[in-house]
Design a protein around this ligand. Sequence first.
Ligand SMILES: Cc1cc2nc3c(=O)[nH]c(=O)nc-3n(C[C@H](O)[C@H](O)[C@H](O)COP(=O)(O)OP(=O)(O)OC[C@H]3O[C@@H](n4cnc5c(N)ncnc54)[C@H](O)[C@@H]3O)c2cc1C
Length: 323
Amino acid sequence: MADILVVAEIVDGIVKKPTLAAIAFARDAAKAAGGTFAILAVGAGLDAAAKELSACGASKVLVADDPYTKNYLAERFAPTVAAAAKGFGVVAFPAATSGKDLAPRVAAKLGAGYAPDISGFKAEGGKLSYKRPMYAGNAFGWMQVSTPVEVVSVRPTEFTAAEPTGGASAIEKVAVVQDDPAAGKIEFLSFDVVKSERPELTEAKVIVAGGRSVKEKFMDVLSPLADTLGAAIGASRAACDAGYCPTDLQVGQTGKVVAPTLYLAIGISGAIQHLAGMKGSKTIVAINKDPEAPIFQVSDYGLVADLFAVVPELTAAIKAAKA
Ligand SMILES: Cc1cc2nc3c(=O)[nH]c(=O)nc-3n(C[C@H](O)[C@H](O)[C@H](O)COP(=O)(O)OP(=O)(O)OC[C@H]3O[C@@H](n4cnc5c(N)ncnc54)[C@H](O)[C@@H]3O)c2cc1C
């Protein structure tokens, strides 16, 4: 097989954590299939990011650093990534915010087959096969990509983030390609970030998630428990759609995929679309007043109770235990 190129996800000069999972995939897959891996950073003001990435054991770090790519716009990034990918056999993106957007565009530019959201791989005779979720995460299948170049996106929850190796890979500058007429018609205006003191949902070790049944006082009911546990707050789509909480808290097939150490599902029925986003959590605790709720089929611990009675009790008990 040919070598692997990892396309880093960098925001404001900072390497986002899902990149490290994609690097771990590339490192292990390259070793298993008999190749090497490199990392590509696209953006502006990338000196610190390039230095950080150069400690991850890659053969080299390619850097496309230009004000034209200061803010992420798929139309501006895709031509540069496609040009830098020449000579690589596999192009790997983190299956995160921009990676999911960029990967299919780059695949189209390269005429490459695309394996999205991979959660595992195996190598036989130098050829990689990819494991990925199907039917909303209800089944996992193995696939191979038959085009000369393969594009994959890597589920950050399924690969342990790569640690720095202590080495320093060579850093090479590559040109930012500005030849896509579509890119000139698109301008970055602003990025509205929801600021929170809590950990980021996709990076949190503990998540307190609520469903539709938590109702209007969603944040008031769940915040004391989340704060006591130092947890992020998540939600079902029904809770988000009802306007009880911001949509960026949604966990599931059409929301975020999470795999914390502890996931508390409070008043969540356990629809397959929700499970698709949290089934990989290490320990799942469910609180639901319906003993038949499907969430109990995936939970490690279950409490059949009214959430409005037990959530304050649980919060008080954890506080007392910590004191
Ligand atoms: C294409 C598609 C994509 C989707 N993507 C997602 C997704 O990404 N994420 C997602 O979550 N959903 C998604 N859905 C929606 C999904 O099918 C469910 O409708 C949704 O997950 C249900 O949310 P819920 O569990 O909060 O609500 P409900 O299904 O209404 O469940 C509420 C639960 O609360 C319990 N309950 C009620 N009162 C109390 C109480 N006082 N104390 C304790 N328990 C109580 C009930 O017993 C029930 O189990 C998607 C659907 C489709 C079709």
